[in-house]
Design a protein around this ligand. Sequence first.
Ligand SMILES: Cc1cc2nc3c(=O)[nH]c(=O)nc-3n(C[C@H](O)[C@H](O)[C@H](O)COP(=O)(O)O)c2cc1C
Length: 317
Amino acid sequence: MFHTAVCDLLGIRYPILQGAMQGGGGVELVAAVSEAGGLGVLPTFGGTDQKLREDIEAVRTRTGRPFGVNIMPMGRGITERCAATCIELGIPVVTTGRADPGEAVVRRLKDAGIKVVSVIPTVEHARRMAGEGVDAVVASGSEAGGHVGTVSTLPLVPQVVDAVRIPVLAAGGIGDARGFLAAFALGAVGVQMGTRFMATEESDLNEWGRERLLAMRETDTIVTRAMTGATVRCIRTPEIVTYEEAVARGTDAATLKEMAAQVRASRYGEGKRDRRQSAAGQVAGLITGIVPVADLIEGMLAEAARLAQGLPAVAGR
Ligand SMILES: Cc1cc2nc3c(=O)[nH]c(=O)nc-3n(C[C@H](O)[C@H](O)[C@H](O)COP(=O)(O)O)c2cc1C
């Protein structure tokens, strides 16, 4: 029922992408989403080329289905190296996040036959990426987890749909069949979900993160520059709240820099796996259980099909 242009473009059964998640989604999640008919996407932010190669190999031992690699433009040749590895290893889909990787990189990927999907926070950014020749864009609203802009999903998606001639997917705040269906009503032909996929059996999230996700309300996230320098939506923690209060007081740049370093230093508890700060979106408030990825996807699609049948009746009431 929900077979769209994105399914044909990316060679997937369902129009559902798992947004790359540094610290939230590793090889198990990526493989599980692809195996369940969506597109799993590996994160690369802050990682090495060796780690990317190992991750790609690990996903390939778990699924024969297509999966993607995410490139976060970070400068100093990292973007180019990451693109070169994707080309060398025959990755079918590359998604780009946070910024424009540059026309030259997009062209190299495309020349190698790779489909490029760019996550964008504004209409202008969507137009630029479409002009550079990407195959699709993900219009990601400010309610999303991770790097965000200022426009929320509801107004962003239809404006992007009107502005470009390539397929548009919606992201930001989608966590169940209702959000999935709403994306289609806005003109999207698929969705990308991040936060909801973190609350699955296959995700990388540690116990702290899982407990937090299940307990969170819709107001328990916060946007901060403390993590990467750009605006990132995270789980609200005391450390980030203290930092943002200092920002609001007009604290000087040098002190803020020191405080941001402290926030990042408080990222881990006992060990590296014990991450105590994490990106997450407002949809966290909707999450009530940790489920297997396949159940999440199948359940969402079945419920969306059921809801879709009832829509005209609701509208006519
Ligand atoms: C923990 C976490 C880490 C993320 N890391 C990345 C990343 O490395 N690259 C990227 O392009 N997007 C990243 N994102 C954004 C997601 O790919 C996705 O677009 C977003 O989560 C969608 O919004 P939602 O959380 O409301 O579903 C991250 C999101 C989360 C929650």
